[in-house]
Structures are given as C-alpha cells and as structure tokens.
Design a protein around this ligand. Structure first.
Ligand code: RB5
Length: 149
C-alpha cells in the first residue's frame, strides 16, 4: 500500500500517539488527513471520531484509516458498523501482516494507552507494506460483504 492516502483520528486517550503517528506518516511521504481529536485533555467520545475516518475510507477519500483510542477496541467496534469497512484492532506487528494479507483490512485501530509508540510504528510499517493476498481470501470477503445487505 505504498503512499496510500491516510485518514487518522483519535479520542483523548489516543491523542498523543495519534499526533506522533500522523507526523511520522507525513515524514514518510504519506498524505495524511487528521480528523481530530484536538487535544488529549478534553474527554470526547470515540465513535464520533471512528465514524469520520470510516466514512472517509468508505467514500474512497483515503485508502487507509488509522484510529487510536485507549485500547483500539472501541474504535474497531464503531468503525466496523460502516459498510465497506474492515477494521482490525492490532497490538502486534505479526497480526498487522495477517490483517492485510487475509482480511484486506482498510482501517487499523491502535491502543494509545497499552501499546508503546515504537510497537505502534512497527504495526503501521507492517500494515502499510503488506498487500492483500486475494485468492481464497476474496471469496471470504465477499461473504462478509453479503452480511452488510
Ligand atoms: C476512554 O476512556 C476509553 O474507553 C477509550 O479510549 C477506548 O479505550 C475505548 O475502547
């Protein structure tokens, strides 16, 4: 997924790492759109930010979404409510590879509280550098898409 357009957002709990990840992605040359939050001190609701990124990805305004909250779990649950979104909550780089190869995940959700920045950066590298393997996995994704009907 070289130079994919990236939509990123967080709640207050993910704010610090969202800032770091957005800067790191931009440094690497990825076009990044930041949908907030604006600070880490104001308590906000993660579904509000998950939907902004999920809608941008679903509309094709970005190829990849990145969502950071305390655990990444709430962001994944919320983002996966939108048709066309395959969000994976990832805490280890090996899972990032499989989420791309097998599941063609288009949104990665990360933990800002329980996973350190270096690990989240390695997760992002794996996610960005791994292509969907297609083949038998495509048929399974088609079945997931049917569940949205
Ligand atoms: C906020 O306290 C926390 O619940 C949120 O960031 C996230 O971890 C939810 O899944």
């Amino acid at each position: 997924m070289a130079r994919a357009r990236v939509a990123i957002a967080s709640d207050h709990a993910g704010f610090a790492q969202k800032q770091q990840l957005a800067a790191w992605l931009a440094e690497k040359g990825y076009p990044v759109t930041d949908f907030g939050a604006e600070d880490g001190a104001t308590s906000v609701d993660y579904p509000d930010y998950a939907q902004l990124v999920a809608r941008a990805v679903a509309k094709g305004q970005a190829e990849l979404g990145v969502l950071v909250c305390g655990t990444g779990i709430g962001m994944a649950i919320a983002a996966n409510k939108l048709p066309g979104i395959r969000a994976a909550n990832i805490t280890d780089p090996a899972f990032a590879v499989l989420a791309r190869e097998h599941n063609d995940a288009n949104v990665v959700t990360l933990s800002g509280r329980l996973v350190d920045f270096d690990t989240n950066k390695r997760i992002m590298e794996s996610f960005l550098n791994t292509d969907f393997a297609a083949g038998r996995h495509s048929e399974r994704l088609a079945k997931i898409a049917q569940l949205e009907q």
